[in-house]
Design a protein around this ligand. Sequence first.
Ligand code: FPP
Length: 230
Amino acid sequence: MTTLKHIAIILDGNGRWAKAHGYPRTQGHLVGTDNVRNIAVAANDEGIKVMTVYAFSTENWKRSKDEVDYLMKLPFLFFNKFMKELMEKNIKITMIGEMEDIPKDTAKVLQKAIDQTSNNTGMILNFAMNYGSRREIINGFNKFLDEYKKDESLKLTEDNFNNYLYTNELPEVDLMIRTSGEQRISNFLLWQLAYSELMFVDVAWPEFTPKMLKECIEAFEKRDRRFGGV
Ligand code: FPP
């Protein structure tokens, strides 16, 4: 069993994977969605407590309407196919990001999955949906300001700022993996990744396997995390 509590993944390369195989981009997202299940099950088996996946960013609205519409269907496909198994494996679904701007029927499916799994005590599978880290930080600061207006003795500190973020109930992110070779953070968990280990793997998300996850975990265990100390 690993010491790693929270793993965060940027699911990149679905479009390129589809193109390389002569499929439409949507096929990449579909296979990528099935792979969220495969990797979540593997992470759960490894004893990981939280797996956060970047499923839809605040920037993804800029994609074509057809692609955005398809991405918004993925939660239906995912929970229709895998809810039974998620319940059997005691996996709890949570979400970070802004539910308000998500189309109503998609939001409903997400909320239903969150409610249905709320008493599960196994791994948390946390979907970053309509998520942007800068927005999360600004929202967090504004939440603090609202409280401050009522009580001017309040102080914002490095330790308490996490209480104002979407991730307030989650442990620190130990490891962030991005697939498909890009070496960017892309507005994902900017505050939370301060001391995380980062791994960039060359394969596209649909090709990322449980074995590769295991290799990342093993590499993580070998890293010497000093958190700025010596
Ligand atoms: C990035 O690949 C991937 C996405 C924008 C969406 C990923 C979402 C999933 C795989 C599943 C989410 C599941 C649920 C249940 C919501 P890309 O299209 O940017 O790839 P490219 O860089 O090769 O074009």
